[in-house]
Design a binder for this molecule. Sequence first.
Ligand SMILES: [Fe+2]
Length: 271
Amino acid sequence: MNSAQLQTIKFWFTNYTKSFAIERKLNPVLQLKVDHCQRVADNSRQLAEDMGWNATEANRAEALGWLHDVGRFSQFTEFGTFMDSAAINHGERGWEIVRESGILPTLAPEERAVLLDGIRYHNAKNEPDHLAEVSRPFLKLIRDADKLDIYRIVLDSIEADGFQELPNMLPQIVLQGPVSPDVLCQILKHRSCSTEAVRSLADFLMMQLCWIYDLNYPVSFQLVSERNIIGRFEQLLPENQAVGQFVQDAREYMNKNALKTCGKDIAGPAA
Ligand SMILES: [Fe+2]
């Protein structure tokens, strides 16, 4: 992907998202998503460049960052929530929107696959086995870049105002309350928990901390470390022996993975 093609994609994204404005103003939660896409695009480029991917690949990575959440805009407009299980799968919705957008015909077939697979599966519980090989490194990258920015949004929002916006985005969550026994049990057993089980902000933070175990690239673990993400989570979680142990395990896992170099299975397309 050359820079002119990347610019065309950014231009399309800007116009598409503006179409959801009312009297030239986006709903604040949709504006948050626009800002998120921009930062995910920045994270994606940074990760690609840190791994030594070439200019074409870094442009593809950035384009995927801009496009990965386009499904969020019609999802929220139609259903009033960002919770996929209560609405539609926003990865699938984004995939449909971009397929019909008119931005793909100018791109090479493998570039189309990278963008469409990346959008479609960026939020999948697991990466699908049947994925085109050209898509896999980019899917891993967008999943990391996305999580890195969600960490930033959540931590900044809690530190600023206790995350007052959260119940607008996920109406089943209350800001007060301990970690639910069900959430703790799921997390200690599987290092993950279902979004449906999340009831409180503390549950939400625990679920997010589990994402550490889903990161792919050593450079992503390095950014988690540099940004003190686990330390900031620790400050916000309730004091409790099981929670404390979970935080410590997550920190050890991060440190171990930040020291690795890219293995062949997860190395970028240029490696
Ligand atoms: Fe998403």
